[in-house]
Structure formats: structure tokens, C-alpha cells
Design a protein around this ligand. Sequence first.
Ligand code: PFF
Length: 446
Amino acid sequence: MENRDNFRSRIGVLLALAGSAIGLGNLWRFPYLLGTNGGAAFIIIYLFFVFIICLPIMFSEFTIGRRSGANAFGAYKILAPKSKWGIVGILAVLTPTLVVSFYSVVGGWTIDYMVKAAMSRFSMGSEGLGTLFSDTISSPVEPIIYMLVFLALSCLVVAAGVEKGIEKYTKIMMPALFIMIIVIAVRSVTLKGAGAGLSFLFNPDFSKVTGQTFLDALGQAFFSLSLGCGTIITYASYVAKKESIVGLSSQTAIADTTFALLAGVAIMPAVFAFGISPSQGPGLVFVTLPYIFSQIPFGNVLGVIFFFVLFIAAITSAISLIEVLVAYLKEEFGFSRLAAVAVSFFGVGTVAVLCSLSQGDMVRIELFGKNLFDLLDYTSSNILMPVGGLCAVIFAGWVLKKPEISDELTSGGTVKLKKTAIEVIFFLIRYVSPIAVIAIMLGAWL
Ligand code: PFF
């Protein structure tokens, strides 16, 4: 077998993981879920889910990936040969394929809106911008072209390899991303009337909380941390044994959460300052923000920067999703990296084209009142990813042996971890995370 790729530096790994986690989930999904679920109340539930339920799942996926040193499908086969766990491996490859298909469509919108901002196309009032958004996404040609550009760029980085592509480019893109979002957040909180947005973000209103809020928060935590998708397993398989799983995972979760909160601070104060409804759903950043950009001095420049931020955040995540497929094709079918990338491009591209067309009248695939795009968005984050994560945490807690987990968590004894810390993590992995995920999913559905 050809030598496996590896990350070279610790900071490279961390930025690649953060690059995967920080994405459209933080800037596009988190704000609109916040808006529809009562602001601060949603944040509190979300934070709890990230650190108590999801972090142990990240430890589990990390352990599975690094211990096996294989792609997401192969990992389960290697660690539990001759068992039925291979089925979970299939899910770990199928889910990212579906996610990256609708993700690339939104990635395409970010490029489209960057171009629109540069051409000063936003001065038409908020109603006009609503129409502009629905016309843009339902058009049969334009969004497909932008989606293909987005997907092709992501594939080019993946084709360059783990160290020379993924690590190299995310190392440049991630710091730039943080700087840009801080600039936008500062501009937003200094707008007149921004206070109402800040209070929406930080004063909880629990009256809007329902069973669905819990499922939304859980789905968002999975989506945002890139869990249940084979991504962490795949990236972890390229990480050196000496690196700390607890350290890298916690830092990734902290970076991702900080970025989500920064995105909230960048968006909500501006939404309130201009008297726009925060609960309008997926169009929030594509309708509201352009309106705001059209109202403030140098708004166009800020608009280009914002959609560029969105684009960078999206591409580093798409890269991580595509790498899951590429690693799978390479290792299970002996494809070269280039061939694996090409197959992924055509496979994902095809589903993504259907997804984009389902926003207009061209492709009418509807189930439960949702078109293909909404269906993939909803089912992947609220069903497939939690189920994938649940399987990973059950696998780590009940199939792997305790000494194996502890060996990975301490990197073979080189990373110092208190005995009680290991006990607590093991308890969270074995009982707390799986029971909580099952309870929340059943609670929302029954
Ligand atoms: N975490 C990414 C985001 O928040 O946009 C999306 C994502 C990337 C989900 C990779 C799943 C994944 F495996």
C-alpha cells in the first residue's frame, strides 16, 4: 500500500480540525437557529450539549481514527474484525457524501454573493433582497456554476494531499478568518441600536424552548463540531501518536464555539439595529446582511469581506468532508489520490446539482414537505450525524476495552492525565453521551 499521508505539525492538525469544525454551521446555521429558538436560551442549551455530550463523542471518534490509522469505513473493520460494525462504517462514508452535496450548494451561494457585493447589487430594500435571494437560489444555471466552482476548488486542495494541501491552506485561511470576523463583529456592535441584539444573545427567553429546540441544539452541535460524519475519524488517522486527543479535541471545540459566538455578535446586533426579524430562517445571512451592508458606509467592502469569510469557512469544511471519501476510495479500492478526488467530484457534483435544482421548479423531489436540499440538511444533521456519533461513542465505550481508550487518551502514557479524569471521560463516553443522544432524539420524535 502506498504510504499514508500525515499531518506534519501540531498547529497544522489543530487548524485543520478547527477548519473542519468552523464553517457554514457557525455563520449561516447557528445565527438562524438562534433567531428561531429564543437567542440566549438556545446558546445555553447548545453550550451544555457541546461540552458534556459532544466532546466525549469527539474523543471517541478521535480514538477510533488514530488507533486504527485508517479511513472511516476501514477503521471499524480494523478495530472490530468480523463484526457487524462495518455497517456503521458505511454510514460514516455515506453521511459526508450527502452533507457535502448540499454544503457545496451553499458554498456556491457564498461566491455568488461575494460577486454581487463587489458589483454593489444590494441597494434594493429588504423586500427586494428577499426576492433576490429566492431568485438566486432557484435559478437553474447560476447557482450550479458557482457550486461547481466551489466544489472544484475544494477538490483541488484535497488533491494536493494532507500536508501539502489541507494543512498548508487551512494554516493560512483560519487565522485570516478569525481576524475578519472580529472586524465585522466590532462594526456590528458599534451600530446605533445594537444593544437589543446583544441582549437577545445574552438574556435567555426560555418561553421559546420546546422539544424541537433540544433536537435543533443537538443537531447543531454535531454539525458544527463535524461529528458523526467520519471526518474526525479520518483526520485523526493522520495524527501522530504523541499528540493529545483530549487537548486537540477540547481546543477544537473551544475554537468552534468561540467562533459561533463571534458570529452571533457579528450578526444579531446588526439585525436588531435595523429592525429586521431574527427568526426568518435560512435566508438570514443572505437577506438581512446584504440589507445592512447597503445601509452603512463602506458596506460593499464589508459585504465582500463577509461573504469571503463565509466562503473560506465553508471551503475548509468541505475539504474535510471530501477527504473522508477520498481516504475511503484510496484505501478500500486502491484508487490513487487523484482518481479518488475525480470520482468524488463527479459523485458529489451530481447530487449537488439535483439539490440545487430542487430549490427551483426543475427537480421536484419532495418528502415530508421538504425539497431535496432541505431534506438533506435536516436529515443529515438531525438524524444521520447524531446516529453516526452515537454509534462511535457506543463503539468506544462498549466495544473497545478500557485500557485501549486510556492508552489513546494518554498517547501511550506520554500525555499526563489524572486517573480521575480518565474515569470521568470513560463514564461520559459509556453512559452520559449515548443516553443523552438517545433521549433527545426520542424526546423530539415521540
Ligand atoms: N462543521 C461544519 C460547519 O459547521 O459548517 C460542517 C461539517 C463539516 C459537518 C464536516 C460535518 C463534517 F464532517
